[in-house]
Each structure stands twice: as C-alpha cells, then as structure tokens.
Design a protein around this ligand. Structure first.
Ligand code: EPU
Length: 332
C-alpha cells in the first residue's frame, strides 16, 4: 500500500495500491499496469475512497531560462513547485506569474486545470507543453492552441483518456513587465512592481484561504457557475446585490462562494468536515475527516444552493474513486 496522505492537500488518510515517484521518464516501464492516476502534489483532488491502482507522482525537476529578443523562454520540469518557480523568476526580473503566488501545487499540474487567480490564468503564459503519452511512452510537444485552455479547463481535463503526463512546461514572458492590477484588492493599492503584487496577493490569500499545511483543503471546491442573461435577471429580482462578472460568449459568472454563503453554509461543520469561515467556497478537513464526510458535505452544500437559487454547482476539484477518476454525477 502507498500512502496518499502527502499527495492530497485535503490531508485524507487514503492509499493507492502502488505508487511511483517519477524523477525522470526512465522511472516508468511501458506498458504501465492499469489502472493508474497522475498526481502532482494533489492540491486539487478529492479521493472519495482508497485507489486500487498505481499513483504516478510527477517529480521531474529543472529550470532553463533563455532570453530571445524581447522575451524570456522558460522551460520548467512538471514536478517543480509553482510558488518556488515564481520566486525564482522574480529574482531574475521575470514577471507575469506573480498574481498566482501562494497557490499550492506543481508546475505540471497547473495547466491541467488552467489554474487562475487575481485576473491571471497560467495558460496566458504557456507557449507549449512537453508531454508523454502514457499508453505507449511516446513524447511530443503540444502548442498552446492544442491545450484548449478555458476557465479552469483544458484539453487534458476534457480528455482524460488521452493519458498525457506533463513532463515540461514551456513559458513565454515579455521582458518588459506588465502588471495585472484589475482585480479587486490589487487596484488602487500603489503596487509598483511584481514583488509588491506578489506580497499583496499573498496577504489577500492568507486572509481568505486556509493554509493546507495546517488545515486540509483543496482551494475552491466548486467552479463559479457561468449562466445566461435570463438567469442573471431572474436572480437579480430577488437578490439585487448578487455579484455578477462578465464571462466570454455573452455569458455571466456568478460567485459560488457568495451563493454558498447566502444559502447559510459558510463556516458550517458536518462531522469532521466544514466550510471555511472566511471563504465559503473552500471545503475543509477539520481534522481526521474521512473522505465520505467531505463528499456528503459537498452534496449538502450544493443541494442548499440548488434549493435557494436554482443553480447547480459543479466541483472544480477532480474526484477519484477506487477505479480512477469519477464524475460528480457518479457520486449523486
Ligand atoms: N463571497 C461571499 N462569501 C464567501 C465567499 C465569497 O460573499 O464566503 C463573495 C465575495 O465577497 C466576492 C465574490 O463572492 O464578491 C467572489 O469571491 P472571491 O473574490 O473570494 O473569489 P472566488 O470567485 O470565490 C476565485 C477563484 C479562486 C481565486 C480567487 C481570486 C474560482 C472557483 N475560484 O474565487 O481560486 O483565488 O477567485 O482570483 O474560480 C481555486 O481555484 O482553488 C481558487 C482559490
């Protein structure tokens, strides 16, 4: 048995049958025995029970930086820690990722969800990915377009059957830094450089989000629902102060945290699971929680939101069961 405790930030005491720490592709022997799952540091996953197969932990390291004209091309091993990369880049004057400061997890996992925070998504800076097709061991490069980045979405998330392991991420940064300060909490703050933005983001996150080193959690548990104008109009009749943000394609993004909060679910505790007092969208392990306690809390929260607002929440975290990844519907 292989403990997944260090590989899920929910800090659930779950196991895989086997585990392989991948420091180089040569650590894998093809064909791989089925089933298997790919993990970085497990900061966006919920194990609903033990996993009956092999956990592949990507730990490929490396950082190469090249200046090409007015850009930096940066190649990073998928197993590098994202926040450590941001520190390294800033120390060399390379800016862009500072808005993503303090997000737990690895560089290779970041494009899978196209992680984002404070007005920046990782896909904005990705040039290409070097991936391995685990069904045969073939290595190839995917350009940004083929990654199909969307809101917390990518080709990889939509096509788990493609079985692609991210070996290296190639980033492209402009040599002349452009700070992204449009987000509430960053604008009108007198932030003059990327280091100041990083500190402000760290402070904002620390105020709202629990540190997974001390409180098990996987960040936002649900995605922010994207709805049409008719739905916004319906909601505004009863809730004139509902936060609404414009999304692409003439649609609108609602704040799942606000919906959960207004459904009376902020700071609640069910068994050993709960929602965070300062950000209702974050489900937490209050200590010794079992997977089923997080699952039943997630179901309870989504049912309360559905009852009050008629909006269906969908998890942002990826769910895993005994045989591999499972859908939210499979848990209902
Ligand atoms: N709100 C409440 N009550 C709550 C939580 C939020 O009323 O309990 C309201 C806030 O006041 C605000 C709105 O809801 O008006 C949105 O909240 P917030 O600004 O905290 O952002 P979010 O939409 O909840 C998203 C990302 C976070 C990211 C932040 C900052 C998603 C699902 N979540 O959160 O990402 O850090 O914006 O950019 O898109 C993550 O993905 O794990 C994550 C933490």
């Amino acid at each position: 048995m292989f403990s997944l405790l260090p590989y899920n930030t929910f800090a659930l005491d779950v196991h895989a049958k086997h585990g392989i720490i991948i420091n180089a592709l040569s650590d894998l022997h093809f064909p791989l025995s089925e089933p298997y799952i790919i993990l970085g540091r497990g900061s966006d996953v919920l194990f609903t029970e033990d996993f009956s197969g092999t956990a592949l932990i990507c730990n490929i390291r490396g950082l190469e930086i090249k200046r090409v004209d007015d850009e930096y091309m940066v190649r990073v091993g998928g197993g590098e820690i994202l926040d450590e990369l941001i520190v390294q880049l800033l120390s060399r004057g390379i800016c862009g990722l500072e808005n993503l400061s303090a997000i737990p997890g690895t560089v290779g996992a970041a494009p899978i969800q196209n992680i984002g925070a404070y007005g920046v998504e990782i896909g904005d800076f990705i040039d290409s990915l070097e991936v391995c097709d685990l069904s045969c061991g073939k290595v190839f490069t995917m350009d940004k377009t083929s990654c199909q980045f969307g809101y917390r979405d990518s080709y990889f998330k939509r096509h788990p059957e493609a079985r692609l392991l991210v070996l290296y991420v190639n980033f492209r940064f402009k040599a002349q830094p452009e700070l992204k300060l449009s987000y509430q909490g960053l604008k009108d703050q007198d932030l003059n450089d990327a280091a100041a933005v990083r500190e402000q983001v760290r402070a904002l996150r620390a105020r709202k989000l629990p540190d997974p080193r001390f409180v098990g959690n996987a960040g936002s548990f649900f995605k922010n629902p994207v709805v049409d104008a008719k739905t916004v109009a319906r909601l505004r009749e009863d809730y004139p102060d509902i936060p609404v943000f414009t999304a692409s394609g003439g649609r609108f993004k609602l704040a799942a945290g606000w919906l959960i909060d207004k459904s009376g679910c902020r700071g609640i505790t069910h068994g050993h699971a709960g929602t965070w007092e300062h950000q209702a969208l974050v489900l937490v392990n209050r200590g010794q929680a079992k997977p089923h306690e997080i699952v039943s809390l997630a179901k309870y929260v989504s049912s309360q939101v559905a009852m009050r607002f008629g909006i269906a929440l969908v998890p942002e975290v990826r769910l895993y069961g005994r045989g591999g990844e499972i859908s939210w519907e499979m848990l209902q």
